[in-house]
Write a protein of this length. Structure first.
Length: 215
């Protein structure tokens, strides 16, 4: 089957030398692409340029993305092609930078013109954080016939909260599966489907289950 796997973090630039990103290593997505390829699937791995995992990137095609916009463009570019499944494991930045402000001596905030490198001599600055549009919410429109699997990494609450968030993502985005993990879920992973949930203690067993989901 023709599969796309996204892995690793996106980033959002503040200026030309600083960026906002997250701690995703890209390991699980990279290992999933490796396993799918070994099972005979034709895999395109889209991997964040900031991914720190250095395991072998084995896939028919490996493409690097940078920002959330770049990843969105690469996925949209293959919309309508014969893609059997998409495993969207990339950790997309939740926020991008908006307007930048400078606080003057009276405490008043005024617009600040950004530059290639914002100097620390500029004084106290404040920047807007704008939510980035969710790529997962657009996949069903681009790939109406594909099997879609998203990820839900939850840090707040407990396991019940994490599972509810996974189910909410599936309902909102029209996906077939969601992998729940993170501090809220606890150790391991849960593959949440339309009709069942299954816990996996190790990433290797989760990866095998994801391949089986292809039928």
């Amino acid at each position: 089957m023709n599969c796309i796997v996204t892995a690793g973090p996106t980033f959002e630039p503040l200026d030309e030398v600083r960026r906002l990103t997250n701690f995703s290593t890209g390991r699980l997505g990279t290992e999933l692409a490796y396993f799918l390829t070994a099972q005979g699937h034709e895999v395109t791995l889209l991997i964040g340029e900031s991914a720190t995992y250095r395991g072998e990137r084995r896939a028919k095609k490996v493409q690097v993305f940078s920002t959330t916009s770049d990843l969105r463009s690469q996925l949209k570019a293959v919309a309508g092609n014969r893609v059997g499944a998409i495993f969207h494991a990339a950790a997309v930045s939740d926020f991008s930078f908006g307007k930048l402000f400078q606080r003057d001596a009276r405490g008043t905030l005024r617009p600040f013109r950004s530059s290639k490198k914002i100097s620390t001599r500029s004084g106290n600055l404040m920047v807007e954080l704008l939510p980035t549009p969710k790529i997962i919410a657009e996949l069903r429109g681009w790939f109406p016939q594909s099997i879609l699997c998203g990820w839900k990494f939850e840090a707040n609450g407990g396991r019940t909260d994490a599972l509810r968030a996974a189910e909410r993502q599936m309902a909102d985005c029209g996906t077939d599966y969601c992998v729940a993990n993170g501090p809220a879920y606890g150790k391991g992973f849960c593959l949440v489907g339309q009709a069942a949930r299954k816990h996996f203690a190790r990433p290797e067993t989760l990866i095998k289950a994801l391949e089986r989901s292809l039928g």
